[in-house]
Design a protein. Structure first.
Length: 374
């Protein structure tokens, strides 16, 4: 993939030529789609809404579509060892293959991005069934991840051709929308992908954290947050920084065997209720040292939520000029210490919890030490 550098737009210029509307779906490639579907259904409260597989004429892979609020996850696993999905799983374990973005014109999105240096994964194409026509195109980003452009204006099916609807009641946990998705890349590659998102996708930089902001005695990382012109789609990019020990980013890269999506942050309107349900369902979360909560009232000031409940649930709180946010991070979703989930509730703040970085990293390092990877 070649990102243009000569004559490129200044990083501060806003050029939202893609006009992205939302994240259409997040596609996970996994080892066992049925069991992973059950995990998201019963632990996270996602409702299964569609299925594709042998019974629908799909001989290549089994796939489930689940929704919670505006979030749509697609979970797919291969039927045989020669599949691209099987090869992906062999190398990476369970992981996100595609971040799909809603557009009005997939041909224009593909043309504009590939002309600016993006590498095509597939050219604009149409899939049709009795529900209409679904249009997609795709480009490659870091690692083996794709951005898929999706136009559903002429499609009324449950998800895509070969998928049939499911009616499986779910107990919602209140997860409402994708707030942001974070990519981990190799040392020295963060600025490359920042430039990619600016020059190829028309994004602009929202925030920048360096190793002075995000560090402990042992490890550090650097991060830049890219967002599209409307601010609806945010993609922070992380790279490791030099430290005394292996950072969480290096651990991810070692076990994922390369760059990939580190975590999906999902918003909720009531993080205390969401966390109560998720914990009851068996979802495991990181826990920062108790001393964090002793200092919290003085550092944060008044918030609407009960401080005792915040401590009990292990929720982190941060404040900036525009308000405050509450956030919590799960342990890895699989045996490999790779992808995890963030739950976030915003009260005006557009930040990412800078004041929590040190406490969070110390909690992560305690987990790394237990795994023998610090």
């Amino acid at each position: 993939m070649t990102v243009p550098t000569n004559g490129a737009r200044a990083i501060t210029e806003e050029a939202d030529f893609l006009q992205l509307k939302a994240i259409d779906h997040v596609h996970w490639w996994v080892g066992n789609a049925k069991q992973t579907m059950y995990y998201w259904w019963k632990a996270f409260g996602f409702k299964p809404v569609a299925y594709s597989g042998l019974e629908t004429g799909n001989r290549q892979f089994a796939s489930y579509v689940l929704e919670s609020g505006k979030i749509r996850f697609v979970i797919s696993a291969a039927y045989g060892p020669s599949s691209e999905i099987a090869a992906h799983h062999l190398v990476h374990g369970d992981g996100i293959k595609a971040i799909a973005l809603t557009v009005d014109d997939v041909e224009k999105a593909w043309r504009e991005t590939t002309q600016r240096g993006g590498k095509s994964a597939w050219a604009p194409r149409e899939e049709a069934d009795e529900y209409g026509v679904l249009r997609t195109s795709a480009i490659q980003i870091y690692g083996e991840v794709l951005h898929v452009f999706v136009d559903r204006n002429d499609y009324r099916g449950p998800f895509a051709p070969s998928y049939r609807p499911l009616d499986m009641p779910a107990q919602s946990t209140g997860l409402a929308a994708v707030d942001h998705m974070v990519g981990n890349v190799q040392l020295g590659k963060m600025n490359y992908w920042v430039n990619f998102y600016h020059q190829v996708m028309g994004f602009r930089q929202l925030l920048h954290f360096d190793d002075q902001d995000i560090s402990t005695e042992y490890s550090a990382l650097m991060s830049k947050v890219m967002q599209n012109g409307s601010g609806r789609v945010k993609f922070p990019i992380n790279e490791p920084a030099e430290g005394k020990r292996k950072s969480q980013i290096e651990e991810y890269l070692d076990y994922y065997m390369g760059p990939g999506v580190q975590h999906v942050a999902m918003s909720t309107g009531d993080i205390l209720a969401t966390m109560s349900q998720l914990r009851a369902n068996g979802v495991e979360f990181l826990r920062v040292p108790d001393a964090y909560y002793d200092q919290l009232p003085e550092r944060i000031g008044k918030i609407d939520e009960d401080m005792a409940a915040i401590r009990e649930m292990g929720i982190l709180v941060d404040r900036d000029d525009e308000g405050y946010l509450l956030q919590v991070f799960s342990r890895p979703l699989q045996d490999r210490p790779t992808a995890f989930i963030e739950v976030i509730e915003r009260h005006g703040s557009r930040g990412f919890g800078k004041g929590n970085f040190k406490a969070l990293f110390e909690a992560l390092e305690m987990e790394q030490e237990r795994r023998g990877n610090l």
